[in-house]
Design a protein around this ligand. Structure first.
Ligand code: SF4
Length: 443
């Protein structure tokens, strides 16, 4: 389907049922190139000015089963020894970076175990990995250690190991409580596994428990979604993250749609947003408030999400593991996304970089501006101080257009998205792209 012209429509991706809508970076990944990898190497060889935060992302690309909407680099066929080989390479990769001038001697502010399913790996593997990582890049002083979990992979002993390595933010991928929906969407877990692990999580008293839900999984109905929201409220998590299901081109469901083989229809965007809005309202009644387009936190003790806030404010992020993304010293780069190539290159003591993009001040400004718009409100003063740019003037034309369409409100020093704007924020962000990137494929 053709995208509407951004000059005439505030909402860029509204009618697009397939493809990526979610914006996690700028410029789009499709314009990163192998030619720019030399610039990533130069950035890594250059000392970073003091004061810029560093975070480390560790990609654990294993899952019990591949969800039918999944578009991440994950493996479901690796045995214990193969996982051990990968984790050795991951440790080695961190060691290689730890000696580079841009990283050496810096203390990370946060660590993020993402995937895939970090909780898929054994406690033994996890402890060995963390000991090695901490020798390479000491964690003392780290303010957040976030760890993604899939309910069915958790045992009490594994959760104790996760707690013992210093995890502060446990993120539980519940997605839905309805077993038919979970099965239809290819999720590995069933609802009783959520009920089984919750007492262990409560007992271990993590600083922060986040739970993830997805609005619009296949088979969703109003009745089932209401039940999922009600059961999630009962969990009393510190934060709840809700995504609207999207179907990029490399998912099983997308292939089924293109082959005409999808038996259950995908909910349209309007319905997904209605479900998302309902959840926000119900969580609001239960004492939660919005902290970004996706996340709700408790009003009486709102928790932080340092990884999100630091990345959206332009920190350095060292992404390690197959296919992971980094941003160091103003340069974006990504690791190669093949299992064999990743292991071979790290085995040769080489950085496994595959493509990069060296950002200029304009791209950095736009990147932080669009990412921070996802918080729902944005003050102009911070941008004037950091970039010397009045974003209200710089983006006056698209801002006025989006205000006219009802997606945001402008005042003399800030931008506030309306509730309707926040529900579709990702589709609005390309309005702020430089012309040359506006019609670029996203990934
Ligand atoms: S659990 Fe997450 S990473 Fe794993 S297959 Fe499902 S969506 Fe993909």
């Amino acid at each position: 389907m053709t995208r509407p012209d951004p000059a005439t429509s505030g909402e860029i991706a509204e009618e697009q049922d397939l493809g990526s809508v979610f914006v996690s970076n700028y410029p789009p990944y499709s314009v990163w190139s192998e030619d720019a990898v030399a610039e990533a190497r130069r950035a890594l060889e250059t000392t970073v000015p003091g004061g810029r935060d560093l975070g480390v992302y560790l990609h654990i690309p294993f899952c019990r089963k591949r969800c039918k909407f999944c578009y991440f680099r994950v493996y479901t066929d690796k045995n214990f020894d193969e996982i051990g080989t990968y984790l050795d390479a991951l440790g080695r990769e961190v060691e290689l970076y730890s000696k580079m001038p841009s990283i050496a001697g810096r203390k990370p502010k946060f660590i993020y175990f993402g995937g895939g399913t970090p909780s898929y790996i054994s406690a033994k593997h996890l402890r060995a990995l963390v000991e090695r990582l901490q020798r390479a890049i000491p964690w003392d002083g780290v303010e957040e250690v976030a760890f993604e979990c899939e309910p069915g992979t958790l045992t009490e002993a594994k959760l104790q190991a996760i707690r013992a390595i210093g995890v502060t933010r446990l993120s539980l991928g519940i997605e839905n409580f309805d077993d038919d929906i979970l099965r239809l969407n290819g999720r590995a877990h069933v609802s009783k596994e959520i009920d089984r692990c919750m007492p262990w999580i409560e007992e271990l008293d993590f600083d922060q428990l986040n739970v993830d839900l997805i609005a619009g999984m296949l088979g969703e109905t109003w009745e089932k979604w209401r039940a999922t929201v009600a059961r999630t409220i009962e969990l009393d998590a510190d934060s709840v993250t809700i995504y609207q299901l999207e179907l990029p081109y490399n998912t099983r469901f997308t292939k089924n749609i293109l082959d005409g083989a999808l038996e259950v229809p995908v909910a349209d965007w309007e319905t997904k947003r209605a479900w998302h809005a309902y959840a926000i309202e119900e969580f609001g009644k239960a004492g939660y408030q919005t902290s970004s387009a996706y996340t709700l936190v408790k009003k009486d003790h709102p928790c932080r999400f340092l990884y999100r806030d630091s990345v959206w404010h332009g920190c350095d992020l060292l992404g390690t593991g197959v296919a992971s993304f980094s941003h160091i010293n103003g340069v974006h780069f990504q690791n190669c996304d093949g299992w064999g190539e990743y292991l071979a290159r790290v085995g040769r003591e080489e950085l496994p970089l595959s493509r990069a993009f060296s950002t200029g001040p304009e791209e950095r400004l736009i990147r932080e501006f669009i990412l921070q718009l996802k918080l729902g409100s944005l003050g102009a003063a911070g941008f004037a101080e950091k970039f010397g740019t009045n974003v209200l003037e710089r983006f006056a034309e698209p801002l006025r257009r989006l205000q006219k369409d009802g997606w945001l409100q402008l005042s003399s020093d800030r931008i506030d998205l309306t509730p309707a704007g926040l529900l579709r924020v990702d589709s609005l962000l390309p309005n702020f792209y430089e012309e040359k990137f506006r019609n670029a494929r996203y990934t």
